[in-house]
Design a binder for this molecule. Structure first.
Ligand SMILES: NC(=O)c1ccc[n+]([C@@H]2O[C@H](COP(=O)([O-])OP(=O)(O)OC[C@H]3O[C@@H](n4cnc5c(N)ncnc54)[C@H](O)[C@@H]3O)[C@@H](O)[C@H]2O)c1
Length: 293
């Protein structure tokens, strides 16, 4: 996809962080923007901020865990702007279970993390790909995974992101096989300065039995604060994503500081060795050298 002006972008999780960075970039390119998000106050603020920049923008209340909600998102987007050309399946959550092993994490937590991070992306494809195939104009889909998709461990978050990564590789192959006028990319960021570690704010009430104790959440937030601060700004990631769409690049890895670790994991797999560990020394060295994590 090369031309953006006057086309329509739909962004799940568009009210905050990377999603809002993408929304800003799309507005700058004079696209129509649909901010699809579950959090009303953030959604309203995001829409107002873009309107101030004279953007064509609407907000849609969406819960990506629910297929009907994604179907409604397509309907509202088409009603406002006509055909959709750019879909960012970006909404995501991280759960801080404070040292619980994978078999100890409650099912309701698995349901939430897999529901938003994986099912939401799958529903996005099930709803929007047929629409894009039908209108036939140049389109592109970006699924937000994470570097967690290329590294070992990461608990249920890591599992959900490995799944998004695999799904998007299959998507790309299937689109190519069908000769579709739709590009695909998988976005795998390292740390980005967003509100991801406060994801609890959007945990559904019916899955709240696995909500971690406030002291665990506070402890984890403290631990991860420094890492996020050493990360990239959402606007910088958004710039890289839009350039990658223009270049039809499939793998989008905006954080080269992690390449060495990703490579180490793959080497460990091919060596039939034990699970690779992410070396804190390497990351510390990179941080001291001022590299963005
Ligand atoms: N921040 C990072 O360091 C980082 C790194 C790698 C990948 N990611 C991924 O980037 C994506 C965006 O996260 P972010 O870091 O910008 O976090 P964020 O919390 O700032 O933004 C996430 C947005 O998703 C929305 N959301 C949450 N649950 C939803 C649901 N059920 N339906 C609709 N919207 C929902 C939130 O309201 C929020 O606006 C996620 O998929 C995340 O896993 C983030």
């Amino acid at each position: 996809m090369q031309d953006f002006e006057g086309k329509t972008a739909v962004i799940t999780g568009g009210a905050s962080g990377i999603g809002f960075g993408l929304a800003g970039k799309c507005a700058e390119l004079r696209m129509n923007v649909v901010i699809a998000d579950i959090q009303q106050d953030a959604r309203d603020a995001a829409v107002a901020a873009l309107e101030e920049r004279q953007a064509q923008v609407i907000g849609v209340d969406v819960n990506t865990m629910v297929k009907e909600s994604i179907d409604n998102l397509l309907e509202e987007s088409v009603a406002a702007f006509g055909n959709v050309h750019l879909l960012f399946n970006n909404a995501g959550v991280a759960s801080m279970q404070g040292g619980k092993a994978v078999w100890e994490v409650p099912n309701s937590d698995w349901q939430w993390v897999m529901g938003v991070n994986f099912d939401g992306v799958l529903y996005g494809l099930q709803t929007f790909v047929p629409h894009m195939l039908e209108h036939g104009e140049a389109s592109h889909i970006v699924n937000t995974a994470s570097l967690a998709a290329l590294m070992p461990s990461g608990g249920n978050y890591g599992v959900s992101k490995h799944a998004v990564f695999a799904l998007t590789e299959s998507l790309q192959r299937d689109l190519e096989t069908r000769g579709a006028n739709i590009g695909a990319s998988v976005l795998c960021p390292g740390f980005v300065q967003t509100n991801i570690f406060d994801a609890e704010r959007n945990r559904p009430e019916e899955l709240s039995d696995s909500k971690p104790a406030p002291e665990i959440t506070a402890q984890m937030a403290q631990m991860t604060k420094g890492m996020l601060e050493a990360g990239k700004a959402p606007s910088e990631v958004a710039e890289i994503v839009l350039d990658s769409i223009r270049e039809d690049r499939f793998y989008i890895l905006p954080h080269p500081a992690w390449d060495e670790i990703v490579e180490g994991r793959l080497r460990q797999v091919l060596a039939r060795g034990p699970v690779a560990s992410i070396s804190p020394e390497v990351m510390m060295r990179k941080r001291e050298a001022g590299e963005q994590l």
